[in-house]
Design a protein around this ligand. Structure first.
Ligand SMILES: O=C(O)CCC(=O)C(=O)O
Ligand SMILES: [Fe+2]
Length: 329
């Protein structure tokens, strides 16, 4: 996709109100088409990125036994190591496929908010992250990156508010106790042919407000469904994060903005499947009890909301549990 949009976040933050409105209009246009864009000038320190990237790589290079020592203790548990064969993302769209060709390490919020007593919230999104014994420094690097992503997501939500012609701090009350998850993904080199219909990540939409993705520099494989209905590659954008909006933004905007279907395809057979790929995905998710309902500004006179309101946490939990494979259970 030669014209993949790149948004300069620093320039937006320094802009006058008039310029912000204009930049917001370009973001609105992107989110109406695909909701995928690159974020440049994000000011996330390179050493924070580098430390988590190398820690994740070293973790995935451990033996299966070492990785399994940090595995999620039962199927549907969201955090810790999820080994090969345990998830099929297409199932979140009711499409039955073989498991995705990947493994992941997952971590949740760094603290439980004071006064949180909801049993489902405590046992799902506030469940303990199962930290691995090594590599050294893994948890510290992870937490530093998680915090940087929480901050970046909050800044991007301000851009979204402006793009929707809302006050810049409109979303604050929905995202001040976010239940986001960070996931490091490893798509191993493929030494055996995939089963029919088996991908690195099956076609899905993301469930939350927005996803901040850091793909392996220079790597390929991530594809999005264009408004014309074609699968198109997302190009690597050096130094930038790729972001995309999730289901809750389309619910909030009554489908003005699209939560675009995307997938990660296998390396071309002529490369022998040897192209290992790593990525980091931060799934920003509003507060457990945030009620997401159609925004008044997204309803023209005579329009009806297309969706029933949902609560952020239970919605996420339902989607996540739908992707657990038979192997995991
Ligand atoms: O690894 C990637 O590039 C994308 C993964 C993804 O879309 C997801 O896990 O939701
Ligand atoms: Fe995704």
């Amino acid at each position: 996709m030669a014209d993949f949009p790149i948004f300069d976040l620093g320039a937006f933050e320094r802009a006058t109100p008039e310029e912000k409105t204009r930049l917001g209009e370009t973001v609105d246009e992107i989110c109406r088409k695909t909701g995928f864009l690159a974020i440049a000038e994000h000011s996330v320190p390179t050493d924070v990125i580098e430390a988590v990237w190398q820690s994740a790589r070293a973790f995935f290079d451990l033996s299966p036994e070492e990785k399994n020592a940090a595995r999620a203790p039962f199927p549907g548990y969201p955090y810790g190591y999820l080994g090969p064969g345990t998830e099929a993302l297409a199932k979140s769209k009711n499409v039955d496929t073989p498991p995705d060709l990947k493994e992941s390490f997952n971590g949740g919020p760094l603290a439980v908010p004071a006064g949180m007593t909801d049993g489902e919230a405590l046992s799902f999104c506030y469940a303990q992250t199962i930290w691995p014994a090594g590599p050294e420094g893994f948890a510290d690097a992870w937490k530093a990156y998680y915090r940087a992503m929480e901050d970046l997501a909050r800044r991007i939500m301000r851009v979204f508010a402006v793009a929707l012609k809302l006050p810049e701090d409109f979303f604050e009350g929905f995202i001040d106790q976010p239940i986001s998850a960070l996931r490091a993904l490893n798509y191993p080199a493929q030494t055996v042919a995939p089963q029919p219909g088996q991908l690195r990540a099956g076609a899905h939409t993301d469930y939350g407000s927005l996803t901040i993705l850091l793909p392996e520099p220079g790597s390929r494989g991530l594809e999005i469904l264009s408004p014309e209905g074609d699968w198109v590659s997302v190009p690597p954008v050096p130094g930038a994060f790729v972001i995309n909006i999730g289901d809750l933004m389309s619910l909030w905007t009554n489908d003005r903005w699209v939560s675009t279907l995307h997938r990660v395809v296998n390396p071309p057979p002529e490369e022998g499947g040897m192209d290992r790929r790593q990525s980091l995905a931060f799934f920003h998710q509003p507060n457990w009890f945030a009620e997401i309902r159609c925004l008044d500004t997204c309803l023209s006179p005579g329009d009806e909301p297309r969706y029933q309101p949902v609560l952020s946490g239970p919605y996420l939990m339902g989607k996540f549990k739908a992707t657990v494979t038979a192997k995991a259970s």
